[in-house]
Ligand binder design. Structure first.
Ligand SMILES: [Zn+2]
Length: 469
């Protein structure tokens, strides 16, 4: 045992030494515009920018989880050695699946990739996942970190920064940063209470609960002139620096910001691995994009669910397991293609199901469930929800409807013969047919349960380990 521990610490020391040989210990950020339509895709460089100390792992530099629609890679220019990689998804990657993109309307979105600052010149490559699951490069650029083409200006102080709690050093912890949008100067205490409440909510769900000691949580309050964020379908407009808005990609409940450069500049004041941006509104809504950020309306009655569900997307690249509600996407998961997300499958090869190690031998694949009954209840609810929204109903009316649907669907799902078992249940990833989810219910499927399914939990733990081991 002692010998093994000694050996492990020697390896860790050797890898840390390797990190120091190759990297300066600070962070570089590649800023670029990701533009195009359904048919074409282009990248143009904005800037390469120096940030503060590298907050990520110094030993787990190459991403071996094979997640994300895209993959960012950093190669040593001289030797061609892969120094760093991370899978990710992007707003552009969603935009290209919408109907305007199909009609040839160009979209352009600012994106960033952060990586440890190398000592020697590197080659940066953006790859896109192909239908067969492999990655193909579509953009590359060279960076000499010592050149005049790297912006080495100090990050400007903005807003009020504080630590919610700290579990350990940034390089061996997951560093979550909460930002708030739509909180005025007078609402700083309200933001602080919202962060504390929603961080507590996140860490009341497993596996975050058991792993809380592996996390640091910090927050920045950047005051806005007015309360709340833009809500275009109600004619509400705000000129907030962080730019959060409802109706992202023309989906009413979808909250995103397109002001990525500002978000990154504000966030760069502290070490962070994961961003959660909350807005000072009651109207239901949120969003989460893998390795970008999670958003949630802090004063929705569903805010705890929104934070944990959206963080499942942004932190672990989990897919939505639901399929009965409307989305902005037309062909998010093309037929016959195995999705990259850990928690949905096209079940093209049941013998090699990606979560097969969690399936008991007696559980049939696909796993039968009473989908017709669930669908009729769920589609009826969705129709009532849409009608209420169109009538301009209050949040109270919509929240009452949330309660009603839970009262019907929770016992329905819990009464399923294979409830609690891992299998392959048809209906997932915005598709009623042809895509399958691991368990009858999960936080990525409904607002009913107080936990993720076992496949989602495992996927989240794998990402936590990437920052802590
Ligand atoms: Zn799940």
């Amino acid at each position: 045992m002692i010998r093994i521990l000694l050996l492990l610490s020697t390896i860790t020391f050797a890898q840390s030494a390797a990190f120091d040989d190759t990297f300066t210990g600070r962070t570089l950020r590649l800023d670029y515009y990701h533009s195009g339509t359904f048919d074409e895709e282009h990248v143009s460089l904005d800037q390469v920018r120096l940030e503060g100390p590298w907050p990520g792992s110094r030993v787990q530099l190459v991403d071996r989880t094979n997640r994300g629609k895209y993959l960012f890679e950093v190669f040593d220019a001289a030797s061609g050695e892969l120094l760093y990689s991370r899978g990710f998804a992007s707003i552009y990657g969603e935009y290209e699946t919408t109907s305007p993109a199909h009609d040839g309307v160009w979209g352009t979105f600012h994106e960033s990739q952060r990586f440890p600052e190398p000592k020697a010149p590197v080659r940066l490559v953006l790859n896109k996942r192909q239908a067969d699951g492999t990655f193909a490069p579509f953009y590359e650029t060279g960076v000499d970190p010592t050149s005049r083409f790297v912006n080495r200006s100090e990050v400007a102080p903005a807003g009020k920064v504080w630590t919610v709690f700290e579990g350990g050093p940034p390089e061996t912890s997951v560093d979550i940063l909460f930002l708030g949008d739509g909180y005025t100067k007078r609402e700083r205490l309200k933001f602080k209470r919202d962060v504390e409440r929603l961080a507590a909510a996140l860490f009341s769900f497993e596996p975050f609960k058991s792993r809380k000691g592996d996390f640091n949580v910090r927050a920045i309050h950047l005051p806005t002139a007015e309360s709340g964020i833009s809500n275009p379908r109600q004619g509400v407009w705000r000129d907030n620096p962080l730019g959060l808005s409802y109706n992202a990609l023309d989906s009413d409940r979808y909250i995103l910001t397109y002001a990525n450069r500002t978000v990154r500049e504000v966030a760069a004041q502290v070490p962070y691995d994961a961003l959660i941006i909350i807005n000072n509104d009651r109207k239901y809504g949120g969003g989460g994009i893998f390795n970008l950020y999670a958003t949630a309306a802090a004063h929705s009655s569903q805010a705890p669910y929104l934070v944990v569900h959206e963080f499942g997307h942004s932190f672990a690249g989990l897919a939505d397991e639901y399929y009965t509600s409307s989305t902005a996407y037309e062909d998010f998961n093309p037929p016959g293609v195995e999705p990259w997300e850990s928690n949905i499958t096209a079940l093209l090869d049941p013998a090699n199901l990606k979560w097969g190690h969690l399936v008991e031998t007696e559980t049939p694949l696909p796993t039968p469930w009473n989908q017709a009954a669930y669908d009729s209840a769920s589609y009826a609810y969705q129709a009532r929800r849409t009608a209420l929204r169109e009538q301009g109903a209050t949040e109270e009316a919509l929240e009452a409807l949330f309660g009603e649907v839970k009262a019907i669907t929770k016992p329905m799902l819990e009464g399923e013969a294979h409830f609690g078992k891992v299998g392959a249940f048809e209906g997932a990833g915005y598709e009623a047919k042809g895509l399958f989810r691991p368990q009858v219910d999960c936080l990525m499927f409904t607002r009913n349960p107080d936990h993720f399914c076992r496949v989602c939990s495992e996927a989240i733990e794998q990402v936590i380990d990437m920052y802590t081991e």
